[in-house]
Ligand binder design. Sequence first.
Ligand code: T1G
Length: 692
Amino acid sequence: MSAEYQVNGNIAVITLNNPPVNGLGHSTRTAIVNGMKQALNDDAVKAIVITGAGKAFSGGADIKEFNSPKASAEPSLHTVINVVEGSTKPVVAAIHTVCMGGGLELALGCNYRVAAKGAQIALPEVKLGILPGAGGTQRLPRVLGLEMALNMIVSGTPVPSEKLARTAIFNEVVEADVLTAALAFAAKVADVRPLPRVRDIKIDYPNYEAYLQFSRNTVRAMAGPFPAPLKCVEAVAAAVTKKFDDGIKFERELFVDLVQTTESKALRHAFFGERAASKLPDVPEDTPTRPIKSVAVIGAGTMGGGIAMNFANAGIPVQILEMKQEALEKGLATIRKNYENTLKKGKLTQEKFEQRVALITGTLAYEDIAQADIVIEAVFEDMGVKEQVFKKLDEVMKPGAILASNTSTLDVDKIADFTKRPEDVIGTHFFSPANVMKLLEIVRGKKTAKDVLATVLGLSKKIKKTGVVSGVCDGFIGNRMIEQYSRQAGFLLEEGCTPEQVDKAVEKLGFAMGPFRMGDLAGNDIGWYIRKRRYVEKPQITYSKTADLLCEMGRYGQKTGAGWYDYKPGDRKAYPSAVVNDMIIKHSADLSVERRKISDQEIVERLIFALVNEAAYILEEGIATRASDIDMVYLTGYGFPLHTGGPMFYADTVGLTNVVMSMEKYAKGRHGDAWKPAPLLAKLAAEGKTFN
Ligand code: T1G
């Protein structure tokens, strides 16, 4: 049963009980209707209270049911709300905590609402690419007013109940136990008639058309590729321009359209993907974790400083170890500067600024960090340096300390074997800037203990990162895939493209930055260093020489004032470079490659399908646990456009058969070997299946 019924004196209490968040799935909806019928048929019952058990009043409709028959199976959420709103006895919602989406819509169908202070109130549907589809766009404006309701619905941002205390949404906001308060309130209003209904409230907003037009213009400008925000405005507009029942009908039409869109399916995929990433088939969710009360970071450079900030932001004290006083002071000064900038932008209070700065201290002595619960090294990306550091850590760190490496490609198993405690060693690959990028690749060594994994997964949530577990291979998940993406980008230059054309093609799809602007930002010399290693280790893999020629010209990117593009001092804008384009054209001639016009579609397919094919190998090797993990890596670490759901979801949307057909076409061109479909991809395509 996913809702319990009991009678308390002469008040019936219906308690939603569908863990983890009382999602309004079909069984819960049925139980609510049954409870209402029971209460209405019992003459001893004078009033009804609806409340939730556990950690939510209700987190809304059960998203897992969407695009399935269950979602609209009767009693639909509309039916449930109509039963509640049509009750002949007063219905009071007792809201103790999270009340979101359909949960709030259910509460708005009640006659009265009593909330506990601190309850999170939201209509977050827009974040899933849809809109409140059970009356929220029609009822919320009637209790909060047009502007506050529109802002809440278009942003989807939760608001604490006490901030709404003086509006008509709540009859009471209490500090005490909300069920006790609601029972007392129900007894008080048991005989009050007529029963107040939100739908009967008139919205008073004289010049609403001007406001709605202003809202349309503002929302259109910020919505990007997502259709839902603007539809939210149209639905709320109906609350003032249409009769209630017509507004409900209009809202329903908009909802049904949106729930079918790829953008909404992509957002829902990302919602569940974010949560699935922390689940490992062989690490039970109740695996005991090691307490993390203090952190040490080795290296006060850009990465070390950014990593340290993550923990200070989560209220965890951090010690940064450097070898030289000057480097330590420079690193601590940079951290302080970063916080000062945030403070100046008004995104940090003075109190938080001081707290965070105080939480980060420095030292030159390994002995000082010995008691840290986890130490993360962010030293130079060289195995010899890592060896020195980990041997020292093995000597110094207390037993049970977690020894983590921020390596971006090196073999974590090899690093672990520098110590006598390989089970305590793990990779924590942060993405630059480490205090900003959400992605944290958690690299699991063969010997990494399960409690170490569980601890670091929990820690990634605490520092608000998306932790994705990767096995050990060259480049883990993200960088191993980006290698193939970069190879294709280089070949495209040789065959006819300019850096600008390639960048624009993927930026049009929604990428934050194309490969060449990204290279200029990150530094082209980083890839150069890795390729030189690869030329020795994997001579069979071909690369375009254009990137090497660029580096030989000293054009490392923004940091040298010139890269694939030209830059002007103090101006981060990328200007196409005649020098680079001439170099590319000359290189094509040296290769006797006849340059041709290449379509944007070919550019996008070759870059993204190169990612997808490598990802299929990563999946079948077990380096990644599931396809949605790979999507989360690219959505949170590489600027892959969110409205596409990530590379694997994008491939599923295109259709794996079509992906393989395109690859077969490119296999006939230069470097065709790169287009051999991974066995898993070929198999799924042949079976008409998808990655996700
Ligand atoms: N449906 C199904 N599962 C849900 C869910 C939902 N609405 N909300 C959460 N879960 C699962 C989640 O996948 C995870 O599962 C577990 O609950 C704990 O979630 C008609 C159509 C409520 C603030 O958008 O914002 O109503 O990983 O880790 O940090 O207009 O979950 O354990 O298997 O996030 O305490 C609108 C989405 C739906 C709210 C709790 N509602 N959820 O946060 O736990 S559409 C939302 C959240 C709708 C109507 C429309 C958060 C939370 P697992 P969690 P949390």
